[in-house]
Write a protein that binds this ligand. Structure first.
Ligand SMILES: Cc1cc2nc3c(=O)[nH]c(=O)nc-3n(C[C@H](O)[C@H](O)[C@H](O)COP(=O)(O)OP(=O)(O)OC[C@H]3O[C@@H](n4cnc5c(N)ncnc54)[C@H](O)[C@@H]3O)c2cc1C
Length: 410
């Protein structure tokens, strides 16, 4: 007797949701129906993005390995800029020289940098095309509601889409971002706080090459990150006190560039804004109380939102994708239900420690460095200098940033 395959609906076709769809469909083929619901999803597959990205991410080595496994890395590798080294400075805005506090460099494997910079749109476009090629259905609708029908209905639920259509599924994955409506409707609590800080984001063309170096200037209002992109270009993520941002946003491009130059430094020669207007993102921390409900799993920012100080939000989401995706493939292959409570609880246990650890680390780093109280500055500078003297600590920091953990010993 042949059974009809189970269906998984993924609400949210951002990078996390789309990567999960590709992983599941490539892993199970005709053994699973996968539907990605997002008004923006079909367009992400159709339209190739432009060459001057605003939103970019540092993709850690384990996330890059996932893209390689999904067969999308080769198509975007030429657009990726390796981060070969990272300099950290701690100074006041008016300081003429930003002295280096810590320098990190090194690969996580032979010729494998610990991270690459990539435009979010390029990653998403490649994943959306791979999803279509694998047979994922991209549905141009939002998921408005999810009702779990329980064991009586063969462990399935009903998703109501924008426009009123209803679809049955064995599992709904909410990958609908940090303000997840589906998480709220499922009654899952969200613990966290706003930082009273805003990230200002822009792409800057500069005269002199960056040599694959990322720089993080810790300034009293927050970190100012300079992240290398292909060519003589870098992305800046400038964390500023939220109260000071409206005045900055009222500036014209020339004045804004002057403010950027004060922070960016002179090392890379003359600067030009490649994207205008700049992007603004209010910053907050949040972790869902549970990463599941009846027939529902949370992935990506729907499950956790962290400060971008360490460039780890999306990387955490891709680790959710690997954990949930591989558990689902194993379960469905042996005929278990996708929405089974044991599987969902195991997923929660698997991811919670990593997520909480990253939330604590990013929150602590931001508090420690967005601060010009002299004793705090002395302690953090001492800590960074001690870390800088130990090659073991530096190697550990690189491997943690890459998401590959401790080196394996034979
Ligand atoms: C300034 C800044 C810099 C950052 N830099 C980095 C970095 O360097 N490295 C890194 O790892 N992370 C970084 N991050 C974090 C990273 O951008 C996010 O973690 C990541 O984009 C989240 O992806 P996602 O797919 O989970 O959610 P999103 O990208 O938010 O996607 C959610 C999707 O869900 C859709 N949606 C919403 N509601 C519904 C619904 N009801 N039904 C269906 N679809 C719905 C939306 O249309 C959207 O497409 C940064 C963040 C910021 C703000």
């Amino acid at each position: 007797m042949s059974h009809s395959p189970q269906t998984i609906i993924i609400a949210g076709g951002g990078i996390a949701g789309m990567a999960l769809a590709v992983l599941l469909k490539q892993g199970l083929g005709s053994g699973l129906e996968v539907v990605v619901c997002d008004p923006a999803a079909p367009e992400a597959a159709r339209n190739a993005p432009g060459d001057s990205p605003l939103r970019v991410s540092a993709l850690a080595a384990d996330g890059r390995r996932l893209l390689q496994r999904l067969g999308v890395w080769e198509g975007i590798a030429s657009r990726a800029q390796a981060i070969d080294s990272m300099d950290i400075t701690d100074s006041m805005l008016a300081d003429p020289v930003r002295a280096k506090l810590l320098s990190l460099s090194g690969d996580v494997g032979a010729g494998e940098p610990f991270a690459h910079m990539l435009a979010n749109d390029h990653v998403l476009h490649a994943l959306a095309k791979a999803a279509v090629d694998a047979g994922v259905e991209l549905c141009e609708a939002r998921v408005e509601r999810w009702r779990w029908n329980g064991a009586a209905a063969g462990l399935s639920g009903t998703a109501t889409l924008s426009g009123g259509a209803q679809r049955q599924a064995s599992l709904l994955v909410a990958a609908d971002g940090s303000r997840s409506r589906l998480r709220a409707l499922a009654g899952i609590g969200w613990h966290g706080w706003g930082y009273g800080q805003t990230a200002i984001v822009a792409t800057i063309a500069h005269e002199r090459p960056h040599a694959g170096r990322a720089t993080q200037h810790f300034l009293p209002s927050g970190p100012f990150a300079i992240l290398p992109l292909t060519g003589c270009r870098s992305s800046i993520v400038w964390t500023e006190r939220a109260a000071d941002v409206p005045a900055l946003m009222a500036m014209d491009a020339e004045d804004m560039l002057t403010e950027i130059r004060r922070r960016f430094g002179l090392e890379r020669g003359s600067l030009r804004l490649e994207t205008w207007p700049v992007g603004v993102f209010p910053l907050a921390l949040g972790v869902a109380r549970r990463f599941y409900a009846d027939g529902l799993a949370l992935v990506g920012d729907a499950a956790h939102q962290v400060h971008p100080i360490a460039g780890q939000g999306l990387n955490l989401g891709l680790r959710d994708v690997m954990a949930l995706g591989d558990a689902l493939i194993d379960a469905i292959r042996i005929g278990l239900p996708a929405g089974g409570m044991d599987l969902l609880r195991a997923y929660d246990r698997n991811r919670r420690t990593d997520v909480i650890a990253m939330a604590v680390v990013t929150d602590g780093l931001n508090r420690l460095f967005s601060n010009d109280f002299t004793p705090v500055r002395l302690i953090r500078d001492l800590g960074a200098r001690l870390a800088g003297r130990s090659s073991t600590v530096k190697q550990m920091l690189i491997r943690e940033a890459a998401g590959v953990g401790a080196p394996t010993r034979n």
